[in-house]
Design a protein around this ligand. Structure first.
Ligand code: ADP
Ligand code: ADP
Length: 228
C-alpha cells in the first residue's frame, strides 16, 4: 500500500536527512517508524504526503507514483495527523472536521452527518464538543479531533507524526489502544512515526527502527522484543 524504494532526501543546505530507505506498509497494516530525534522521520512522512520532494528513489501509495501525481489530489487520499492535532485554532471542532469534506464538495447535510459520525467514532459528543474551539479542549480531546479530521473522507492511508506526543501520559495509553481498535475496524493503512518505543510495541503490527539516515531493522513481532 505504501512502498518506498531507495528514497533519499538531501535538503538545500546539504543535510542528508534520509539516505536510501526501503520500506513497505501492507494494506491494513500499522507500521511504526521509531528512532531518535533528527533521524529523518518527519521528512519521510512529508515525502509520502508529497509536501516535499525526495532527492532520489521512488514512493508509491496505493499503486500511484507519488512523485508523478498531482499533490493536492494525492493528499486528499492520505490522512495526516500531527502532534497536538494540528487544528485550526479559530475554527470550531465541527468546522475543523468538516474542512476536507467541504474542500471535496460534499453538500451540507452529508458533511454534517459525517462530522457527527466521526466525532462519535473518536469518543467525543457532537453536541457538546462540536461547537467548541480547540483551546476549550484538553490535549487528548484535541488529538481525537485531529484523528477525526484526518479520517473525514475515508482515506485508505493515514500518516501520523508523533500523534500522542502531546497528550497526558494517563490519557495516552487509552487513546493509543482506542485508536488501534478503530484502525483495525476501518482497515486503514497507517505509517506512524514516534520516538516512543513503548507506543510502537503496544499498537504496531511491525516496527521499523531508524538510525540517522536509514532503516536498521524491521521487527515483525513487537511482543518478542518486549520479552527479550
Ligand atoms: P525527525 O522527524 O526524526 O526528528 P526530521 O525529518 O525532522 O527528523 O529531520 C531530519 C534531519 O533533517 C535533521 O538533521 C534536521 O535538522 C534536518 N532537516 C529537517 N528539515 C530541514 C530543512 N527544511 N532544511 C534543512 N535541514 C532540515
Ligand atoms: P491536557 O489534556 O494536555 O493537559 P489541558 O488540560 O492543558 O490539556 O487543556 C488545555 C486548556 O483547555 C486548559 O486551559 C484547560 O483549562 C482547558 N480545558 C481542558 N479541558 C476542558 C474542557 N473540557 N472544557 C473547557 N476547557 C477545557
Amino acid at each position: 500500500m505504501i512502498r518506498l524504494a531507495g528514497v533519499r532526501k538531501q535538503y538545500a543546505d546539504g543535510t542528508v536527512a534520509v539516505g536510501g530507505l526501503d520500506l513497505e506498509v501492507r494494506r491494513g497494516e500499522l507500521v511504526a517508524l521509531v528512532g531518535p530525534s533528527g533521524c529523518g522521520k518527519s521528512t519521510i512522512l512529508r515525502m509520502v504526503n508529497r509536501l516535499i520532494e525526495p532527492s532520489g528513489g521512488s514512493i508509491e501509495v496505493d499503486g500511484t507514483d507519488v512523485i508523478e501525481a498531482d499533490g493536492p489530489t494525492m493528499r486528499r487520499g492520505i490522512g495526516y495527523v500531527i502532534q497536538s492535532g494540528g487544528l485550526f485554532p479559530h475554527r470550531t471542532v465541527r468546522d475543523n472536521v468538516a474542512t476536507v469534506p467541504r474542500l471535496v464538495g460534499w453538500d451540507k447535510p452529508r458533511t454534517a452527518a459525517r462530522v457527527d459520525e466521526l466525532l462519535g467514532l473518536v469518543g467525543l459528543q457532537p453536541e457538546v464538543h462540536g461547537p467548541r474551539y480547540p483551546h476549550e479542549l484538553s490535549g487528548g480531546q484535541r488529538q481525537r479531533v485531529g484523528v477525526a479530521r484526518a479520517l473525514a473522507v475515508d482515506p485508505p492511508v493515514l500518516l501520523m507524526d508523533e500523534p500522542f506526543g502531546a497528550v497526558d501520559p494517563q490519557v495516552r495509553d487509552r487513546l493509543q489502544l482506542e485508536f488501534r481498535r478503530l484502525q483495525q475496524r476501518l482497515g486503514t493503512t497507517v505509517l506512524l512515526v514516534t520516538h516512543d518505543i513503548d507506543e510502537a510495541v503496544r499498537i504496531a503490527d511491525r516496527i521499523a527502527v531508524l538510525s540517522v539516515g536509514g532503516v536498521l531493522e524491521q521487527l515483525d513481532s513487537p511482543a518478542v522484543v518486549l520479552g527479550a
